[in-house]
Design a binder for this molecule. Structure first.
Ligand SMILES: NC(=O)c1ccc[n+]([C@@H]2O[C@H](COP(=O)([O-])OP(=O)(O)OC[C@H]3O[C@@H](n4cnc5c(N)ncnc54)[C@H](OP(=O)(O)O)[C@@H]3O)[C@@H](O)[C@H]2O)c1
Length: 263
């Protein structure tokens, strides 16, 4: 029988002070894992650790090389790592806010590179492990009002494919998990309707189920996720027209995307 990837294993959750990452840390601990919980907010992490003794706080800022290096030195070779750090600001190309796109790219994507550059060699040397990247349905194709965020999630999805290609035979498995809307402080910034929005604990349950299944890519919830997985193969003009018509997907300024976007 295949060993459970969670019970008795050491997992590192990055982005564990709030929202989805916090819920994942709790689910992992409930599943019998020992969990290292990282994010910038040390007090939130300590409160989480007080609640659940199997969780150990380790503050880290993924945008800082020094902070990431120090934390990685402390963690060594975790069995599993879940990269759930995230930054999001709804932003249209028509209303570009200086610095926001850079922050989203740094936190959502570059931070993952920083962490993996230290952790992955340790996992490969240990000849076992999991790397789980939290992407988003917003990473599949260009959506209105997603400057910076969409590209950072697309980059994460591409990185996961690179990892899959390179890690065959090493004992380390890469997974990308693309959730739809989850009720967190991140989506509290959205003023539009969010179809099939999930609570963080329900979404964390889906993440753990995906880890146990071990499939490379998982997107949820259905049927909302199907629009993106199938939509990937539609002509771009048709895909974007669908979202231009949906009131939920107007850009930050309330505009639908251009009818005939520039090539
Ligand atoms: N909510 C959704 O609808 C949704 C949908 C699809 C995917 N996702 C993804 O799910 C993940 C979690 O998002 P969420 O919705 O749970 O948002 P959230 O509640 O805002 O949580 C984001 C987490 O990232 C951490 N973080 C932010 N900047 C960081 C930094 N510089 N260094 C270290 N940690 C940092 C935050 O902690 P500190 O502030 O303490 O640092 C927090 O723990 C993100 O990758 C997000 O893109 C969310």
């Amino acid at each position: 029988m295949r060993a459970d990837p969670i019970t008795g294993r050491r997992w590192w959750v990055i982005g564990a002070s709030a929202g989805l990452g916090r819920a994942i840390a709790l689910e992992l601990a409930a599943g019998g894992a020992s969990v290292i919980a990282s994010a910038r907010n040390a007090r939130a992490l300590e409160a989480l650790a007080r609640e659940v003794p199997a969780i150990a706080p380790l503050p880290m800022d993924v945008t800082s090389d020094a902070s990431v290096r120090a934390a990685c030195d402390e963690v060594g070779a975790p069995y599993g790592i879940i990269y759930a750090a995230g930054a999001y600001a709804p932003m249209s190309a028509r209303n570009w806010l200086p610095g926001q796109a850079e922050t989203m790219a740094e936190v959502n994507f570059v931070g993952a590179l920083r962490v993996l550059s230290h952790v992955l060699p340790e996992q490969v040397a240990a000849r076992e492990g999991r790397v789980v990247l939290i992407g988003s349905l917003a990473g599949f194709r260009g959506l209105p009002g997603a400057i910076g965020y969409g590209a950072s999630k697309a980059a994460l999805m591409h990185l996961a494919e690179n990892l899959r290609a390179d890690l065959g035979g090493t004992g380390v498995r890469a997974q990308i998990i693309n959730p739809g809307f989850i009720r967190t402080r991140l989506t509290a910034k959205n003023t539009f309707a969010m179809p099939q929005i999930m609570e963080p604990d329900a979404a964390a349950g889906r993440v753990l189920a995906a880890i146990r299944k071990g499939r490379f890519a998982t997107s949820f919830p259905a049927p909302f996720a199907w629009i993106f997985t199938i939509g990937r193969h539609l002509p771009l003009a048709l895909f974007q027209a669908m979202f231009g018509r949906a009131p939920g997907f107007r850009d930050g300024a309330g505009n639908p995307p251009d009818k005939d976007p520039a090539p």
